[in-house]
Design a protein around this ligand. Structure first.
Ligand SMILES: [Zn+2]
Length: 485
């Protein structure tokens, strides 16, 4: 009944539309009425979200966004070796032997003799068919990245160009892509002595201060410059297809060697100060890994320490991407990650934030986010595959209740075989009563809470505003025409 009434109201409003130019708020209102009338029609809704400007995608990984098919092509071009059972890729035969893999074969030969193996590779380099193949989404997802890595390294600019091309086709205007230059972390790891760290009983901040001096004395700034130059080189060689592109760089959280992790973070922070293309730092790899969980508070203090040294560097953190039963999570892990990411590590944005309602005093954490403008980057499909969340247990409505700024992002478009349009489709399933105005404000959040410098941000916001005006005009015009042909 409600649907019929909305439809009638929409008919009346559209047929009464005067020929004069509508104001911005009238356009938005009419688009909202139309949106309500198609909310239950998936094909109309998909069309609507495809056309709708989507602002930025500010949480996605450069290596998780390309499709397996692109990696396969790169591997063929480079005559890589692949294990025909595990689908682990190696840049050459020597690398395979070095890692004790004597079964690896030339990918070109494998695909010539067994063309059907292409499907198996795709199913192992992404989560495609994971349910049909009885695979655990969490374990499969995290296993893909090391498997196809040799087909990512060396192809960064080509893959980024394709990422930008697809984003432009999907009406996205800004990408904030997580990326790191290969090998440099390994170069600084030799200065990271884990033995001394473990036997040193001094206060953590004292240890960090000494370690920081140690890395500086061993010329970490030189490596940061090389890192920034590599990223700038990727940036320059990328065809952006009209997209405003920026990078976040990152440290890896799963090593057992804490000085190595700290070194990778100093490298990331310094790199961000050296390149205008790098607008922030992040922390990646599974948060529910045993080492990551055990050292979580130490890592947050590392971020806090580096925030004091480099206050101009923006921080976004994967935090609270946890559910009981996945990875090595214990109940006690669910109580503090988001709070510490915000208050100790000084994160400006939280990636995922799925376990928020399990945190101690979670309402206070949500109020803090609201009051201090700390956004949450929500990745619905990623959460469904990796954490098995669903419309009933995902905390998106807790964030909405406390007016925490929400952004919708894709996380790993290629590995998840999805796109940002599908995330908006899912948003309707998770929040069926959501209004067009709220969706629009979520889109604007993806620029407002981005790490663009103020000048760039106001330019991108202005462009987004006019894109919305065009989009709404088109929606209203199409409906006028369909009502009065
Ligand atoms: Zn992520």
């Amino acid at each position: 009944m409600k649907k019929i009434l909305t439809l009638i109201l929409s008919l009346i409003l559209f047929s009464c539309a005067e020929k004069k130019d509508l104001t911005v708020s009238e356009l938005s209102e009419k688009t909202g009425i139309y949106f309500n009338s198609i909310k239950d029609d998936p094909s109309e809704l998909k069309h609507f979200f495809t056309k709708m400007p989507k602002g930025g995608d500010i949480h996605h990984h450069s290596n998780g966004t390309p499709y397996a098919e692109e990696f396969i092509q790169n591997a063929i071009n480079d005559s890589c070796y692949i294990n025909p059972f595990t689908y682990q890729l190696y840049s050459n035969r020597e690398k395979a032997i070095l890692q004790g893999d004597t079964s690896a074969v030339l990918i070109n030969t494998l695909l010539q003799n067994r063309p059907d193996k292409k499907d198996s590779i795709i199913d192992n380099w992404s989560v495609r068919n994971y349910k049909e193949n009885n695979r655990d989404g969490h374990d499969l997802f995290f296993s893909t990245f090391t498997k196809f890595d040799p087909a990512f390294v060396g192809y960064e600019s080509e893959l980024l160009s394709e990422i930008c091309r697809r984003a432009a086709a999907d009406n996205i205007s800004y990408l904030e892509t997580m990326i790191a230059a290969p090998n440099i972390n390994d170069s600084i790891a030799k200065f990271a002595d884990a033995g001394q760290w473990d036997s040193d009983n001094r206060a953590l901040l004292t240890k960090l201060a000494d370690l920081y001096t140690h890395f500086k004395d061993n010329n970490i700034s030189k490596w940061a410059k090389a890192n920034a130059d590599s990223l700038d080189n990727f940036y320059t060689r990328t065809n952006k297809h009209g997209i405003d592109l920026k990078f976040q760089t990152y440290g890896l959280r799963i090593s057992a060697n804490q000085p190595k992790i700290f070194g990778s973070l100093i490298l990331a922070f310094e790199t961000a100060t050296l390149s205008e293309n790098v607008v922030g730092v992040n922390f990646v790899a599974p948060e529910d890994n045993a080492n990551a969980l055990k050292n979580y508070s130490t890592h947050m203090q590392m971020f806090g320490f580096l925030h004091e040294k480099y206050p101009q560097v923006n921080i976004s953190l994967h935090a609270g991407e946890l559910v009981p039963g996945k990875g090595s999570v214990k109940e006690s892990d669910l109580k503090f990650h988001i709070n510490e990411a915000l208050k100790t590590a000084r994160a400006m944005r939280i990636g995922h934030g799925v376990d928020i309602t399990g945190e101690d005093n979670y309402e206070e954490v949500l109020r803090f986010m609201n009051k201090n403008g700390r956004a949450v980057e929500i990745n619905l499909e990623s959460n469904e595959v990796i954490l098995e969340t669903n419309t009933k247990d995902h905390p998106i409505n807790a964030y909405r209740k406390y007016n925490v700024p929400i952004c919708i992002s894709s996380d790993d478009e290629g590995v998840l075989r999805t796109n940002l349009i599908n995330q908006y489709m899912l948003l309707i399933e998770y929040v069926p009563d959501i209004s067009y105005e709220e969706i629009k404000s979520i889109v604007f959040n993806s620029i407002r809470y981005s790490f663009l410098v103020e000048n760039d941000k106001s330019g991108v916001l202005k462009k987004l505003k006019s894109k919305f005006e065009e989009f709404e005009k088109e929606i209203v015009k199409d409906n006028d025409q369909s009502k009065n042909p």
